[in-house]
Design a protein around this ligand. Sequence first.
Ligand code: ZN
Length: 261
Amino acid sequence: MLTEVKGLVIRTVNLSDNDKLLTIFTEEHGKITAVANGSRVLKSRYLAAAQLFCYGSYVLYKKGDRYWVREVSLIESFFDLRSDLARTALAAYVCDVADDVVEENAPDKEFLRLVLNTLYATANGQHPLPKIKAAFEMRAACILGFMPMLQGCHYCGRTDGDFFLDIMNGVVLCSECHRNGEGIDVPLTAEDICTSRIICPLSSSALAALLYASVCPMQRLLSFRLDEADMPLFSASAEKYLLNHLERGFKSLDFYKQVCD
Ligand SMILES: [Zn+2]
């Protein structure tokens, strides 16, 4: 029986000299793993579409409990991702996040669109990589069900000044409410208040950027401006937000940071 799917290769593993196991994030079935036979042979007709970051149309057949690739036609290779190590590293991290959160037989078109848009932006170089990465992380967390409340201080309603993002509770606090230990039930010393929860400082512009990335139309995800001075606050909080809600780190993220240092 043949199945036709459209998807992005988010992971490849060499099975032998000739065979490669592809993990494909498909529109129709979520994550699928399929063997591409002969894909490592240079003349292979699969070669172009059996690479990491390739988006294509795949005809699969099932033999035993495994899918095999019969035909592929490449839609987008994201070739420019490979022109720069930092871009390649960021794309690998994005694919690793997808591999971690997408399930088999659970299509998630919105998440696939986020991943494809992010790879496209990473490849074409029109936006700084920290901005692309943070917008992806924030939006990914929201799609996965961890949408934070970012419309001003959760405790007093204040909407101007500096803020803190309370990562695990998904709310923001103004400086004063943070100092007063709002949201913490047990009376604590000032020092304990700082260590008892994961918080990230935010300027009002960085907060606005987080809010924008959470709710804007997907095709406008990067259509915002943020001063260079605010970028570290935006990017640190988006990364912490996603990783803490996924409860894990990624080697590809560590590698991206090494490359960018
Ligand atoms: Zn407040």
